[in-house]
Ligand binder design. Structure first.
Ligand SMILES: Cc1cc2nc3c(=O)[nH]c(=O)nc-3n(C[C@H](O)[C@H](O)[C@H](O)COP(=O)(O)OP(=O)(O)OC[C@H]3O[C@@H](n4cnc5c(N)ncnc54)[C@H](O)[C@@H]3O)c2cc1C
Length: 420
C-alpha cells in the first residue's frame, strides 16, 4: 500500500494533532504507533502554564535534583531501566543548568506559551474558570512566594500573592499547612483528553493512521518515503517528527541523534464530591476549585469537570517503561493529602485510577521546534517535557509558519534544532 501527501507527521500526541489542525489547507497525514501510544497527551495533568517559561535546565536544578535523589521518594529519580544514552544526556543537562541557558530560551518559550493559551481558549474547549495557584507550605513560604512573584513580574508574567487566610476561604480544599499562595493569573487547567480530541477532529481532511509504527525513512526525489511495520509506504514533501519520548528512535532513521530521554510521571484521578444533588454525592473526595501546584511537595492538582487529577514525579527511564509502582502511588497521594483535604487512601488502589505517562525531556530543558539543518523538509516538534499541552498550539503555529515560510522571530529561532 503506498500513498502520497504534502506533510506527514510522525506521532499523533497533542503536538502532532495540533500541527495537523493548523495545516488544514494542505494534505496532511499522521502515523502513530498506537492511538496514540500510552496516551501521555491525553492522561496528563492538563495545566496550561504561561508561568513555566523558564527552560527545565536552570540554575538551582542540580541542587534540587541532588536533594531529591537522596530522599527515599523524591520528585526526581532515575529508574533501574535507564537506556545507554543516559550519561551523555545527563552531562548535557548538567552543563545546561546556567543563567545563559535560561536567557537563551525563556523569551521563545514564553511567546509560544502565550500564543498557545490564547489559541486554546479560542477553541471553546472547557477550561477552569479559576486561575492556577502555586501553594507554598514551608517555613520560608512567604519568602519563596515573594521571590517567585518578583521573578515572574520581571518576565512580565501576571501574578499576585494571596494571603493564607484568604486562600483558605477561596479554596476550601486546602489544609492548614498552606502558608502562602501565588496566583498565576495567566494560567488555567483543562481536561487534556478533550483538547486532544478537539485538535484531532479540527482538520476534516486529516488522515490519521493508528497502530502504524514507522520502521524506515529514505530520501527520494520528491521528498521522503516513510515505511511502517505493516508495509504502508507514504511519500511526503515534508516530515514532522512529533514522536514525543520516542523521537530519538524515529530520528535515527534519518541519521539524527536527538537528545531526548523519557521522564515517567504518575497521576491518580478521583471523582469529586460536588454537594448533595451532585452526580457523585457519596464521593468522599473534596471539591477543589483551582488548578494547583504544590511547590514544596512537587505535586500538582487539576480539577476538571467532576474529576480531580493529582500528579507528580519525574523519573528518567527508557521509552517503554510504564511500570506502576504502588509505593509511588501511595507517596503521591500522601504528599497531596498534607496540602488538600483528601480522605484516607483507599485499600483498593484501583479506585484511584492510577496512571503513568512519559514526558519527552530534552537535554537542555527546552523543546526542539523547527527545520533540521541539511535535511530540507524535515522538522522537529518534540522535547516538550512537562509543558507539552501548554505549548501545543504555539508549537503548531510556529511549525506552520516554518512550512509556509511565514515570519519567525529571533526568540523562536533559538528553539530550532540547529543547536542539537
Ligand atoms: C504525569 C504527567 C503530567 C503532565 N502534566 C502536564 C501538564 O499539566 N501540562 C502540560 O502542558 N504537560 C504536562 N505533561 C507533559 C505532556 O503530557 C507532554 O509534554 C506531551 O504529552 C507531549 O506530547 P507529544 O505529542 O510530544 O508526545 P506523545 O503524546 O507521547 O505523542 C508522541 C506519539 O508518537 C508516537 N510514536 C512514537 N514512535 C513512533 C513511530 N516509530 N511511528 C509512529 N508513531 C510513533 C507515539 O505512539 C505517541 O503517540 C505531563 C506529563 C506527565 C507524564
Amino acid at each position: 500500500m503506498s500513498s502520497e501527501t504534502n506533510t506527514l507527521i510522525i506521532g499523533g500526541g497533542i503536538i502532532g494533532v495540533s500541527i495537523a489542525s493548523m495545516l488544514s489547507d494542505r494534505e496532511v497525514m499522521i502515523l502513530d504507533s498506537g492511538a496514540p501510544r500510552y496516551g501521555t497527551s491525553i492522561g496528563n495533568a492538563g495545566h496550561v502554564v504561561v508561568s513555566h517559561a523558564q527552560p527545565f535546565a536552570a540554575p538551582g536544578m542540580l541542587g534540587m535534583g541532588a536533594k531529591s535523589l537522596l530522599a527515599s521518594d523524591g520528585a526526581f529519580a532515575f529508574s533501574r531501566n535507564l537506556p545507554m544514552n543516559t550519561i551523555p544526556w545527563i552531562t548535557k543537562f548538567m552543563r545546561s543548568c546556567t543563567k545563559k541557558n535560561v536567557e537563551e530560551f525563556t523569551p521563545g518559550i514564553l511567546s509560544l506559551l502565550r500564543k498557545s493559551a490564547e489559541l486554546i481558549k479560542s477553541t471553546g474547549v472547557d477550561t477552569t474558570t479559576t486561575p492556577t495557584w502555586e501553594v507554598f507550605t514551608s517555613q520560608k513560604a512567604l519568602e519563596q512566594a515573594q521571590k517567585e512573584y518578583e521573578h515572574l513580574t520581571h518576565l512580565g508574567i501576571a501574578a499576585r500573592i494571596v494571603g493564607r487566610t484568604q486562600a483558605r476561604e477561596l479554596e476550601p480544599s486546602l489544609t492548614p499547612k498552606v502558608q502562602a499562595v501565588l496566583e498565576l493569573s495567566e494560567d488555567f487547567g483543562l481536561d487534556p483528553l478533550l483538547l486532544w480530541q478537539h485538535m484531532r477532529d479540527a482538520n476534516p481532511g486529516l488522515i490519521f493512521h493508528s497502530n502504524e509504527s514507522v520502521t524506515a525513512i529514505t530520501r527520494v526525489r520528491s521528498g521522503y518515503r516513510v515505511t511502517t511495520q505493516s508495509g504502508l509506504e507514504i511519500t511526503a514533501k515534508n516530515i514532522v517528527i512529533a514522536s514525543g519520548s520516542w523521537s530519538r528512535e524515529v530520528g535515527k532513521f534519518l541519521g539524527l541523534n536527538i537528545p531526548i530521554l523519557a521522564a515517567k510521571g504518575y497521576s491518580v484521578t478521583v471523582q469529586m464530591h460536588n454537594g448533595a444533588d451532585a452526580q457523585y454525592p457519596n464521593s468522599s473526595f473534596p471539591n477543589s476549585l483551582h488548578p494547583m501546584i504544590f511547590a514544596d511537595e512537587k505535586t500538582a492538582t487539576d480539577p476538571f469537570g467532576d474529576y480531580l487529577r493529582i500528579s507528580a514525579r519525574f523519573e528518567l527511564t527508557n521509552p517503554h517503561d510504564r511500570s506502576l509502582n504502588e509505593k509511588r502511588v501511595r507517596h503521591l497521594y500522601e504528599r497531596a493529602s498534607t496540602v488538600i483535604n483528601l480522605p484516607p487512601i483507599p485499600t483498593d488502589l484501583a479506585q484511584l485510577s492510577a496512571w503513568t505517562g512519559l514526558r519527552p525531556a530534552s537535554a537542555d530543558g527546552a523543546p526542539y521546534i523547527g527545520p533540521v539543518p541539511n535535511l530540507p523538509g524535515v522538522f522537529l516538534a518534540t522535547g516538550h517535557g512537562m509543558i507539552g499541552t501548554a505549548l501545543s498550539l504555539g508549537t503548531a503555529d510556529l511549525i506552520t509558519r516554518y512550512i509556509t515560510q511565514g515570519p519567525v522571530t529571533d526568540a523562536e529561532l533559538a528553539l530550532s534544532p540547529s543547536r542539537i
